[in-house]
Every structure is written in structure tokens, then in C-alpha cells.
Design a protein around this ligand. Structure first.
Ligand SMILES: Cc1cc2nc3c(=O)[nH]c(=O)nc-3n(C[C@H](O)[C@H](O)[C@H](O)COP(=O)(O)OP(=O)(O)OC[C@H]3O[C@@H](n4cnc5c(N)ncnc54)[C@H](O)[C@@H]3O)c2cc1C
Length: 587
């Protein structure tokens, strides 16, 4: 089983040093969230993740969730762990105090999400969609629905789901068939089948609150006729108590490659009572509140799994002896594999990407809070544009890098990585879903290129690149080689952006074939930007903690020499166009 120690030092470094964000600091309700409080939260979070949740990863993999006589049973240990998890209040961390939440900002809850993803993604998913449902209800439902459902979700006694996918409708939600028939009392009856529903049914909570997209009887076809409904597993009575079972049954549970402890369900809705959330036919835009926040969290899943893969690779490389290096330190026998240049390169690749991603995520969490809470509408909108630009980037980049890093971790472990001995192959399998769900990574890349670069508020990508350039205006001579490198890559990305904007107008196939490359180029630059922020502090504060800051500077050095240049190769590949791809005849 892999071991795990939460990277609290790095998290606290970010919390204490990357807070000079004026707009974020103006949010009144977070002024009390100080270092001491956050350190206490992270210490407690580290304990529950290491001691209680991490052991569930193996047991969930070996004893997957099952459907038995119509009842879904989670793996051994899940129920006890979940009780402790909600008793300690972890479901309420980022929720509004009005509904029983602790009101922590996303800068803090993102750290918790990362730890939980490292410990057990399967276990995490049971509460993750609950927070997604909380956000959707919080932003779009009536006060009556909010006060009826939110306190129980916040407490963790009820969980949530997101029901979009159907057998013929995955990426293309416009194809959905689930029907919603309006009743005289204003409620709806939903009939249809949803598949692949995470936590669709289980034995951890008293009730499950499904957020379901469906088509009202008189609504048009396509995405313009989709509405959103709250459909509880058990009807909730007027006084908030649980009533009779709704018309929902679990058809089956998917047998999967990874995340075997997570219940991925086929749900059949048979005239199930539902309540419309938001306006009729505007369901997708309400659902996007849930999906957008969720996409960033899926990115964080990739980061969390990468972290535990790295930690275990590092310790294995320090213990395993094989072969002699060019500068061998042993007279007889072999050197530790950490002495081999190739292994060192792998470890640094992992570390420099992970720490850069964590810093980027912290910065994006600040932007998300500004986009939700700042009082100045213009500032709020600008932050919202940046979050919307960066959401597909974080989702895709972190999860694809998660595949690269778990694969490298397996390679570092050699045969013991491929076999089950060290639990590394499970990390690879568990992470494999993250580039697929919440919108596949290719679809995220298309979203970025065709919808996010420019919007009604202007040329968002150019504003973002300008902002990075401004952030690179740092006087310290020592940082200049890094800022120069980043600026050079921004120039490349600017050329890439002009090229792709032109192709969007004149050759859509060229643009489509370049989407993934464009996203990666932007992603490597965004992580480079986060590293500049870390470096600025590291050079300034160097004498106060030499070991820590030297480690940061050397890790960044690797990132700028070996990882950032991958942005340019994506540009070179993309501009070869698509004719040779589109004209190829597959036999
Ligand atoms: C374990 C698991 C958990 C899940 N949890 C949930 C959940 O809780 N709720 C829920 O609603 N769904 C859930 N899903 C469904 C998941 O979100 C979908 O599988 C995913 O969105 C892709 O849909 P699809 O599988 O139908 O693939 P398809 O849409 O058929 O896509 C197949 C391939 O075609 C590509 N493709 C499709 N359209 C385009 C396009 N326009 N441009 C370029 N390429 C395209 C895709 O990138 C993909 O590579 C889950 C799935 C799994 C496996």
C-alpha cells in the first residue's frame, strides 16, 4: 500500500506567501481566515486522510462496491470512515455558515480536496458530488428548497449526484431522452435512464439528492430544451423528515478499471417526483455552475494522485539499489537508483509539475473566490473570465499530467510498479477516469479554443497573457533568466493564438486538430506563471529558510529548462495543420 504524508509545508507556504492578491484580500468574509486556523485545519485533515481514509484505497480496490438484492453496499470500512468524516465536519468545510457550513475559502478547501484525492479517490467521490449539488442548489434554487435540503447536505447526512449521461447521450447532452411531465401541483414526474452516475446509490447516507437534467414535455429538442430537476431518493416531507421512496431504482453498478470503491450506477427513473431548479429550458446553464466548479476539482484529483505517486517513487528510489552510475559511490554492489540521471529526471519532472500545479491551483482558487464574492461588478466579471478560461486548462492539464506522473511512478518502481506490491498500478488505474469524466479532455480543449479565448467581454486570452507579462516585471536580477524564458514562451503562445484565431474563422479542422496542443501550451505557461510567483518569494525570503527556498529554486530551474519548452513543441506540431489527417483513408 502506498504511504502518504500531506504536503502541509508547501500548502502553508502558498497560503502565507501568495496572498498578496489585492482583490482577494478585499473579500470581507475571509479576513478572519488566518495562518493559525488554516494550519490547524490542515493538520487535522492530514490525520484523517493518512490514518482513516488512505487504508480504504486498497480495501475498496479489492472489495468493490456491490449491488445486492437491490441495495448498493460500499466496501468494508467505508461506513465507519464516512461517519467519522461527517462527524468531524469535513463535508461542511467550504459551505455557507447560514446552512451550517464553516465558510472556508476555496484556497483552503482545495488543499483538502488534494489530500483526499491522494488518500482515496473512490471514497472522496461520495462527498464530492454532494458539494457540487450544494453549489448548484445554493446558486439556483428557491429559498424554500435551499432551507429544506442544504443543511442536511452540508452535514453530510444526505449526499448528492449529478445525473446527465444517458446511453446515447454523453458529450452531446442535446440528445437526452429523459422526460419530465409537469403535474398540476407544479412538480414534475421524471422517466428515463441515466448511466454512469457517480454515487448514484449507496449505503452511506440517509437520502440522496439527484440533480437531473431532463426535457419537459413541451420543450424543444436539443440543448435549448433542457431543464434541471432536484429528484430525491426519498421524498422529503414538509417538516424535513424523510418520507416514502421515490420512483428511482438502481439497474446495475458498472464494473470498472479503477475507482472500484466508488458506486457508478445505472439509475432508472420511473415517474420519479422532481422539482424544477431555475427556469424551464435553462437547465444546462444552472448545471454548469456545478460542472465548472467540479471540473477544477477533477483537476485537483489529478494533482492529489500525482502527489502520492511522487512521494512513493521518491522513497522507493532512495531504497532500491540497481546498477552503477557514472559517478558510482559503491565499490562492490550497486548504487541506489536515485543516483541514476534518468530516474532523477523523472522525479524532478513529477515534482516540478506537481508543485507548479499546486501554486497555480491556489492562485485560481483566489480568482474563483473573487469571481463569486467581490463587491465590485467589474472586478468580479474579470475574475470570472479568467476562471472560465482556466477551468478547462486545469481540468485537462492536471489530469493528463496525472497519467504521465503515475506512469512515470510505475517506471521508477520497475516490475514492482506493474504488480500490485506497492499499489502504484492502482494509482494509474484510479487516475485514468479523470481525463474522461466531467467532459473528456478533448472536449475541454475544444471548449477552450472555440468558446473561452474571446467572449462578449473581449479578448480574454490576450488580457491573461498581458497579466502574466506584468507579473514578470520583477526587479530581482536572479529571477530574470526565468522571466525571460517565460516571456519568450508567451511570445510563442501569442503567435499560436493568432494562428488558431485565424483558423477558427477559415479552417475549423485545422483549429480542431490543434485544440489539445493549444491547451497544453497554455497549461505549461500557466504553470510557469505560478512558478514565477513562487520564485519571487523564494529569492526574497531566501535567507529565512535556505533549504526550503533552494529546493524551490532548483525545482523551478528544472521546470523552466525541461518542462516549459514542451509548449513550443506543441505549437510546432499544431501548425502542421489537418489536411493530412482529414484526408487519410482509414480502411
Ligand atoms: C466512472 C465514471 C463516472 C461517471 N460519473 C458521471 C456522473 O456522475 N454523472 C454523469 O452524468 N456522467 C458521469 N459519467 C459519464 C462521463 O461524464 C462521460 O463518460 C463522458 O462525458 C464522455 O461521454 P461518453 O462516455 O458518452 O463518450 P462520448 O461522448 O461518446 O465520446 C467518445 C469520444 O469521442 C470524443 N468526442 C465526443 N464528442 C466530441 C466532439 N464534439 N469533439 C471532439 N471529440 C468528441 C470524446 O472526447 C471521446 O474521446 C461518468 C463516467 C464514468 C466512466
Amino acid at each position: 500500500m502506498p504511504t502518504y504524508n500531506a504536503p502541509i509545508e508547501d500548502m502553508m507556504f502558498l497560503f502565507e506567501n501568495l496572498r498578496n492578491n489585492k482583490n482577494y484580500n478585499e473579500i470581507e468574509k475571509y479576513k478572519e481566515v488566518n495562518s493559525e486556523l488554516v494550519k490547524n485545519i490542515l493538520d487535522e485533515a492530514a490525520k484523517i486522510n493518512k490514518n482513516i481514509i488512505l487504508p480504504l484505497a486498497k480495501s475498496g480496490d479489492e472489495n468493490p462496491t456491490i449491488l445486492e438484492n437491490g441495495v448498493v453496499r460500499t466496501p468494508p470500512g467505508y461506513k465507519e470512515a464516512y461517519s467519522k468524516y461527517i462527524e468531524d465536519g469535513w463535508t461542511s468545510l467550504s459551505c455557507d455558515p447560514k446552512y451550517g457550513g464553516q465558510g472556508m475559502p476555496k484556497t483552503v478547501s482545495a488543499f483538502f480536496d488534494e489530500m483526499l484525492s491522494s488518500a482515496s479517490l473512490s471514497f472522496k467521490l461520495y462527498s464530492e458530488l454532494s458539494i457540487g449539488a450544494y453549489n448548484c442548489i445554493f446558486h439556483h434554487a428557491t429559498d424554500e428548497i435551499k432551507s429544506k435540503y442544504l443543511p442536511k447536505i452540508v452535514e453530510g447526512k444526505w449526499s448528492g449526484t449529478m445525473c446527465l449521461t444517458e446511453p446515447i447521450c454523453g458529450t452531446d447532452l442535446g440528445l437526452l431522452k429523459t422526460k419530465a411531465a409537469e403535474q398540476l401541483d407544479g412538480t414534475f414526474k421524471l422517466s428515463g435512464q441515466k448511466i454512469f452516475i457517480t454515487s448514484g446509490d449507496h449505503d452511506l447516507t440517509e437520502n440522496i439528492i439527484h440533480l437531473v437534467i431532463a426535457r419537459a414535455n413541451d420543450s424543444p429538442s436539443g440543448t435549448k430544451g433542457i431543464s434541471l430537476f432536484l429528484v430525491p431518493k426519498f421524498i422529503v416531507n414538509e417538516d424535513g423528515s424523510i418520507g416514502h421512496k421515490n420512483g428511482i431504482s438502481t439497474g446495475s453498478i458498472e464494473s470498472k478499471m479503477g475507482i472500484k470503491g466508488s458506486a457508478t450506477c445505472v439509475l432508472n427513473f420511473d415517474e420519479a417526483v422532481g422539482y424544477m431548479i431555475g427556469s424551464k429550458n435553462k437547465g444546462l446553464s444552472s448545471m454548469f455552475t456545478m460542472m465548472n466548479l467540479e471540473r477544477i476539482i477533477v483537476g485537483i484529483q489529478g494533482l492529489g494522485i500525482s502527489e502520492i505517486a511522487y512521494q512513493n517513487s521518491l522513497s522507493y528510489a532512495k531504497e532500491r539499489k540497481q546498477g552503477k552510475t557514472n559517478n558510482t559511490k559503491s565499490n562492490n554492489g550497486a548504487d541506489f537508483i536515485i543516483e541514476h540521471a534518468d530516474i532523477r529526471k523523472s522525479l524532478l519532472n513529477m515534482k516540478s509539475i506537481i508543485e507548479g500545479e499546486r501554486a497555480l491551483c491556489f492562485w485560481l482558487s483566489q480568482q474563483t473566490e473573487v469571481s463569486l464574492n467581490h463587491l465590485d461588478k467589474k472586478i468580479k466579471q474579470e475574475a470570472s473570465d479568467i476562471v472560465s478560461l482556466m477551468t478547462p486548462v486545469v481540468k485537462t492539464m492536471f489530469t493528463d499530467m496525472g497519467m504521465e506522473i503515475t506512469s512515470e511512478a510505475m517506471q521508477v518502481h520497475g516490475g514492482y510498479g506493474y504488480t500490485k506490491d506497492h499499489g502504484i498500478e492502482q494509482l494509474y488505474r484510479d487516475n485514468r477516469i479523470t481525463p474522461i469524466y466531467e467532459g473528456t479532455n478533448s472536449v475541454q480543449a475544444a471548449d477552450l479554443v472555440f468558446k473561452k479565448l474571446v467572449n462578449k467581454n473581449g479578448d480574454i486570452i490576450s488580457k491573461y497573457l498581458e497579466m502574466i507579462k506584468n507579473d514578470c516585471n520583477i526587479e530581482n536580477e536572479k529571477i530574470k533568466p526565468f522571466t525571460k524564458e517565460l516571456n519568450d514562451h508567451i511570445e510563442i503562445l501569442s503567435k499560436f493564438t493568432s494562428w488558431i484565431k485565424e483558423k477558427i474563422k477559415n479552417s475549423k479542422d485545422d483549429a480542431s486538430a490543434a485544440c489539445n496542443d493549444y491547451l497544453k501550451a497554455l497549461g505549461f505557461i500557466a504553470i510557469g506563471h505560478a512558478w514565477i510567483k513562487v520564485l519571487e518569494v523564494s529569492f526574497k525570503e531566501y535567507d529565512n529558510n535556505k533549504n526550503f527556498y533552494e529546493d524551490k529554486i532548483q525545482t523551478a530551474n528544472f521546470y523552466f529548462k525541461r518542462v516549459l519548452p514542451r509548449a513550443e513543441s506543441h505549437f510546432k506540431t499544431a501548425v502542421t495543420g489537418s489536411e493530412y489527417i482529414m484526408n487519410f483513408k482509414f480502411n
